[in-house]
Design a protein around this ligand. Structure first.
Ligand SMILES: [Zn+2]
Length: 187
């Protein structure tokens, strides 16, 4: 997911020079963005390297706060999200959340509409209605089951990334009477 209203601030995180910045897949009809991603069966060294490269990629773009594997051309159920102070509004800065085979366990009935952007749909943003709080569960890169309770912006980012794993883009979420921004979509 792309940061919309937050200040453009570069994350000052440590970087490992061997990790790569990956090419972002774009376009609302791009097949890899439109299929349901496959479950990860085994966390192999290649999967771990993909995760490191995804973290490198999400950190490289100051607008970016989350990235799902299909967005870098891998149809796998993995995403990374930055839980910076902007997101959590706590001192828990610059932590990276990595979830493999994530499942939403609970969603609040209370919803909120906020403008969202997406790295895979450049120059497009749309108001998207999402639950204010969620509980999500999945594996960390060590294969341990973890559960995250998230609210507000972090809950939104996690729901946005889960959508990517199901082939859903924010352009699908635009209500018929709310076409603002749709003309910016190229394909
Ligand atoms: Zn996105």
């Amino acid at each position: 997911m792309e940061r919309i209203r937050c200040p453009r601030r570069r994350h000052r995180l440590e970087t490992n020079k061997v990790n790569m910045i990956l090419k972002i897949e774009t376009g609302q009809n791009n097949p890899v963005l439109r299929q349901k991603a496959e479950k990860v069966k085994e966390i192999t060294p290649a999967i771990k390297q993909l995760i490191l490269d995804m973290i490198e990629t999400v950190k490289a773009d100051p607008k970016s706060i989350g990235l799902a594997a299909p967005q870098v051309g891998h149809s796998l159920q993995i995403f990374v999200a930055l839980s910076t102070s902007d997101v959590l509004r706590t001192s828990d800065v610059d932590k990276v959340i990595v979830l493999i085979n994530p499942v939403i366990k609970k969603k609040s009935f209370r919803k909120e509409i906020l403008e969202e952007g997406c790295l895979s749909l450049p120059n497009f943003s749309a108001p998207v209605k999402r639950s204010k709080e969620i509980i999500i569960q999945g594996l960390n890169p060590e294969g341990q089951l973890i559960r995250i309770k998230a609210k507000e912006l972090l809950a939104r980012v996690l729901q946005h990334e889960i959508d990517h794993l199901n082939g859903v883009l924010i352009s699908d979420k635009v209500r018929p009477n709310d076409k603002c921004g749709m003309s910016l979509l190229q394909n």
